[in-house]
Ligand binder design. Structure first.
Ligand code: ADP
Ligand code: TZD
Ligand code: MG
Length: 568
């Protein structure tokens, strides 16, 4: 129940927290309630323009908050209860930090005096100190008059520089602490310029463009930092004016349409092996790019790297032309610099790439056009592709192993920031959280392409999807297992193998429990029809897509990362 005492003109900590979030335009709060934050969630619903979205598990709520941060450039907010709720949310907070998504996890916590003496409080845990290694910053607010400042610090920490997760600890005592209403109102403020532009210095821009002008076989790699920066127009202008081929990282697909003549995703390994100057824009040289060295790269390659975080430079190998600054300002400076620098990708390089793209596309089309029955990833994805091409503004959420890799390769994206996936960690469990976060934040339709294992990590959120009547279609690529479904127990016992799940599971039946729409499909034609109907209906839908359990590669495209096994 509301705790405001109207006779004494008093308010309390939890009202001030809600007011401070609202003042800063943080209006969608994702979470799971309980002691001590239940009333806080109620108060959110009392404020016009604010929404509380209640989930079944904090991890999904956290993923929803994180992805809304990626989409909007404002921190998404997760609300959790003490200890176990806090811990359930922490995976999402850590994942947001790893991927550079701005997010604030606000958690209630128990009595500090009891926690500090470890006297066994209800849900006792030293949450702030536990959160620290998993986020950019962790703060605790102790006095109601500090709430506005605490929220401001959290917003700045989440947004400034490389975005990421912030933890904000709200003790039970703070949430119930009284304060004079007028005095509290005076503390509130909207943070001024929480993510100031950080243009690169001229000499760094000059150095980069001078190096790029020397390239015979230049390549631009666009990462999710470029997607986040929303520098779409200048990126397009720079690429089209210079004619340099580009490679989008997974969540940068669609920054320029995947069918753009300069997109070289279909010749990925060949361009990596041959490019002589590579310009990274918001992409780290981590495992996803083979650390920028070794057999996947031209041994003489030189790098230009554009990143907001100076310590990213030289992290894996020498960066010949570091450009530290925000991508929006940097791309403006690069486009302006073209009047002085004559940068043009040589025609021979483009002709070579076009030849490789054509050959690889022919090979891929042959895989897509099989009439394999039961279906495999490829003829199923062709059906998905034929529908998605008519729905270019629909979000595509994607997780799994083969389901992830093959979907990324087959389904083209045409608009920025619509592809949302397991990101830097390859984490399973983002599926329903990202779908709900994207649908709530944008109002647009979402299609989630989920491996059967991947879906299981957040499947109970189907109830959330139905409760909020969200336009989300979940397609489950059911090959009966983690990677595939036909492995045997090597010891000969009756237990299923470690990779085995139920191939005959009817995931579609789950959504029937909540009044959603269900399909069980066994052919590409059925899949195409069901998906098209589902998207057009905007009704919560699950499509169980029956695939061949004998289809799928162990660990998808990253089999080589498994430890060597001398007794396979
Ligand atoms: P991907 O996985 O797509 O390769 P990463 O997550 O590895 O992308 O890299 C994204 C990079 O973008 C991070 O190093 C981050 O610091 C950087 N970044 C994020 N936002 C901006 C921005 N607005 N300006 C410049 N760099 C940014
Ligand atoms: N747990 C978490 C949180 N993240 C992970 N990445 C894993 C476990 C390990 N893992 C993968 O890397 S992919 C995957 C797991 C469990 C599931 C693959 O099976 P799937 O997809 O059914 O989702 P495919 O299409 O069968 O390959
Ligand atoms: Mg599977």
């Amino acid at each position: 129940m509301p705790t405001v005492d109207n006779t004494q003109n008093l308010t309390d900590g939890m009202h001030i927290v809600v007011d401070a979030l609202h003042k800063n335009g943080l209006n969608d709060i994702f979470g799971v309630i309980g002691i001590p934050v239940t009333d806080l969630a109620r108060h959110i619903q009392e404020i016009e323009g604010m929404r509380y979205i209640g989930f079944r598990h904090e991890q999904s709520a956290g993923h929803a908050a994180a992805i809304s941060g990626f989409i909007t450039q404002k921190p998404g907010v997760l609300l959790t209860v003490s200890a176990p709720g806090f811990l359930n949310g922490l995976t999402a907070l850590a994942n947001a930090t790893t991927n550079g998504f701005p997010m604030i996890q606000i958690s209630g916590s128990s009595d500090r005096a009891i926690i500090d003496l470890q006297q066994g409080d209800y849900e006792e845990m030293d949450q702030m100190n536990i959160a620290k290694p998993f986020c950019k910053a962790a703060y605790r607010i102790n006095h109601p008059e500090d709430i506005a400042i605490g929220v401001a610090r959290a917003i700045r920490a989440a947004m400034t520089g490389r975005p990421g997760g912030v933890y904000l600890d709200l003790t039970t005592a703070l949430l119930g602490a009284p304060m004079d209403k007028d005095a509290a109102a005076k503390t509130l403020f909207a943070v001024t310029d929480p993510c100031p532009k950080m243009p690169p210095c001229n000499s760094a821009v000059e150095r980069a463009l001078t190096l790029l002008a020397t390239a015979k076989q230049p390549l631009i790699i666009l990462g999710k930092g470029a997607a986040y920066a929303q520098a779409d127009d200048n990126l397009k202008t720079f690429i089209e004016k210079t004619g340099i081929p580009y490679l989008p990282m997974s969540m940068a697909k669609g920054l320029l349409p995947d069918n753009h003549p300069l997109c070289c995703a279909a010749a990925r390994s060949e361009v990596m092996e041959n490019a002589d100057v590579v310009m990274l824009v918001g992409a780290r040289l981590n495992w996803l790019l083979a650390h920028g060295k070794g057999k996947h790269w031209n041994p003489n390659v030189k790098y230009i790297q554009v990143d907001i975080d100076g310590k990213e430079m030289d992290s894996n190998r020498q960066i010949e032309a570091p450009v530290v600054g925000d991508i929006y300002s940097t791309m403006e400076a690069f486009v302006a610099g073209l009047s002085k620098h004559n940068i043009k990708s040589p025609d021979a390089w483009i002709t070579t790439i076009d030849g490789i793209k054509k050959a690889n596309t022919v090979k891929m089309e042959a895989k897509l056009n099989t009439d394999a029955s039961p279906m495999n990833f490829f003829n199923a994805l062709k059906a998905v592709r034929d529908v998605m091409v008519d729905h270019k503004d629909v979000y595509l959420v994607n997780e799994g192993a083969n389901t992830l890799d093959d979907t990324r390769n087959v389904i083209d994206m045409y608009e920025p920031r619509l592809r949302l996936d397991c990101g830097t960690w390859g984490v399973m469990g983002i599926g329903m959280g990202f779908s709900i976060g994207a649908a709530i934040t944008s109002g647009k339709s979402v299609v989630a392409i989920e491996g059967d294992s991947a879906f299981g990590f957040s499947g109970m959120e189907l109830e959330t999807i139905c409760r909020y009547k969200l336009p989300i279609t979940v397609v489950i690529f059911n090959n009966g297992g983690i990677y595939r479904g036909d492995h045997k127990n090597l010891g000969g016992g009756a237990d299923p193998s470690p990779t085995t799940l139920m191939a005959n599971a009817r995931y579609d039946k789950l959504i029937e429990a909540f009044g959603g729409v269900s399909y069980n499909v066994t052919t590409p034609a059925e899949l195409q029809k069901a998906l098209s109907t589902a998207i057009n209906s905007r009704k919560p839908t699950v499509i169980n897509c029956v695939l061949d359990p004998a289809f799928g590669t162990e660990s998808g495209h990253i089999t080589s990362l498994n430890p060597k096994n001398i007794h396979p």
